[in-house]
Ligand binder design. Structure first.
Ligand SMILES: NC(=O)c1ccc[n+]([C@@H]2O[C@H](COP(=O)([O-])OP(=O)(O)OC[C@H]3O[C@@H](n4cnc5c(N)ncnc54)[C@H](O)[C@@H]3O)[C@@H](O)[C@H]2O)c1
Length: 453
């Protein structure tokens, strides 16, 4: 397959010239030039967002909130090093974030707290009229999914689910290919969260990754809260990193929607084996019975006749992969193996291209990456964190609906309670509620193929 690499390089270089203009993308009179932002939750993820915010001249970090004094101090140090004014501090108790929300001059908030706080904080933030960004997943129960949608509708405040994987370079190039009909009519997708989290779920209470088999009150960072979910729930606990990009490819909630799912779980071995291997058979945690099956497999049916297989695989030794596969009537891309087959374009019938998928991904490099790729480097997770922040800030400055909204947050997050119910009922089919209440039929897809946000 002949693809002009010189053209790709030229485009990338020209993109570099455009960076001097960043920001401000908001020249319109209806747009704020600078956004006053409050940060709720300044753990590993929240400080990552803060770091990216400090790179931008259109964010004023007005207030920060965390129940950990250490995290507040660290965040203030970051502000100081960036020559920014000290932020107002909150966090004297679990509900002090509400006092941050009472500040009238805060335009937007970014919530990066443990999962069980996401919906309560988002609901309060929308009620306070703040443009709300919430980390993934957004909700843990069906009621919470509805709470997000209902609050968005009753207040008119916007909610963006901050799914950074939607902005990964290959994911966006494939979106560009999908929109340009390279794969034909879409039929089938695979995706999932396949990430060995054993050293995230357990640590020594001091380091974030490993060095021990403690969790809960004795754990640090995600081990302090995430691990409990593996103990109590057998479900796809983290669906949005895989399903977010696929939902965008398939126009979910915008001409299409999730209809139903079935889920199955393997037995649970990985976490117990890890505790025994690292902490010994006599460690008290070796007695625990983990509810989460090591591999949870969910199959979703969509209104437009596609199927999506979503995998949650966090307890066993394995390399990291979100396992994307996009298949249509004309061809197929698979992230594992970085391979592609497009009928009529492939060198040999019935065989993956000898070359990997890179030439295709370069040819269809997304306009956003072409323009801001150099700026994004170093922003975290290979650059995608830059773009998710950019989309949030540019949407919030204009007070317009974000690319990934409350309906997306609800539909994607609902996979957790629905998969749990299906597994508990021996794989019974579960129906997705229509969170858009019929509007999915008329809603237009977000205009993704542009170089602004
Ligand atoms: N999109 C991604 O790539 C990505 C990566 C990592 C984490 N995350 C998500 O980000 C969120 C945070 O994860 P993390 O790794 O930063 O966890 P973390 O445990 O390091 O940070 C959570 C922070 O929230 C604070 N907190 C807890 N309760 C609070 C309350 N009531 N008020 C104020 N602060 C409170 C804690 O003190 C802690 O500092 C999670 O939802 C996680 O799934 C997303």
């Amino acid at each position: 397959m002949a693809i002009d690499r010189r053209e790709f390089i030229r485009n990338s270089t020209m993109a570099g010239l455009g960076l001097a203009f960043l920001p401000n993308l908001a020249f319109g009179s209806n747009s704020k030039q600078v956004l006053n932002v409050g940060f709720i939750g300044l753990g590993l993820r929240g400080t990552g967002h803060l770091r990216n915010a400090l790179q931008r001249s259109d964010i004023n970090v007005k207030a920060i909130c965390d129940i950990s004094k250490d995290r507040l101090r660290l965040a203030q140090d970051m502000l100081k090093k960036a020559d920014k004014p000290t932020a107002l501090e909150f966090g004297k108790d679990d509900y002090d974030y509400r006092n941050l929300l009472d500040l009238e001059d805060i335009d937007a908030v970014i919530i990066a707290t443990p999962w069980l706080w996401h919906t309560p904080m988002s609901v309060d933030a929308m009620k306070a009229g703040k443009y709300t960004g919430v980390e993934v997943s957004a909700a843990m129960t069906m009621q919470e999914c509805w709470d997000l949608v209902n609050t968005h509708e009753s207040t008119g405040s916007h909610l963006m689910i901050l799914e950074n994987v939607n902005y990964r370079r290959d994911v966006m190039a494939v979106l560009n290919m999908v929109r340009q009909d390279v794969f034909g009519e879409l039929m089938h997708f695979r995706c999932g969260y396949q990430h060995d989290l054993r050293e995230v779920k357990f640590n020594d209470g001091v380091h974030a990754y490993g060095h021990g088999v403690e969790f809960g009150e004795k754990g640090y960072s995600e081990a302090a809260w995430r691990t409990q979910h593996s103990l109590k729930r057998n479900a796809d606990l983290y669906p949005t990193q895989g399903v977010g990009p696929v939902a965008t490819y398939a126009n979910i909630n915008r001409g299409n929607r999730f209809i139903s799912l079935t889920s199955h779980a393997t037995k649970s071995r990985g976490l117990h084996n890890h505790i025994v291997a690292q902490g010994g058979e006599d460690h008290p945690n070796a007695k625990l019975k983990w509810k989460l099956g090591d591999i949870v497999t969910t199959t979703i049916d969509t209104a437009n006749g596609e199927t999506i297989i979503v995998t949650h695989d966090t307890n066993l030794p394995r390399p990291y992969s979100l396992g994307f596969r996009v298949q249509g009537t004309k061809g197929i891309w698979e992230v594992d193996g970085n391979r592609i087959y497009i009928e009529g374009k492939a060198e040999k019938a019935h065989r993956w291209d000898d070359a990997d998928a890179d030439a295709w991904l370069e040819k269809y490099d997304h306009p956003l990456w072409k323009r801001f790729g150099a700026e994004a480097e170093g922003a975290g997770h290979g650059g995608m964190d830059f773009f998710v922040m950019n989309a949030f800030v540019e949407s919030a400055k204009r007070q317009i609906a974000p690319p990934l909204d409350a309906y997306d947050a609800a539909a994607w997050s609902s996979i957790t309670p629905l998969s749990e119910a299906s597994i508990a009922e021996g794989g019974q089919v579960q129906q997705f509620p229509d969170f858009t209440r019929g509007k999915w039929i008329k809603r237009k897809p977000y205009n993704w193929i542009k170089d602004s946000f």
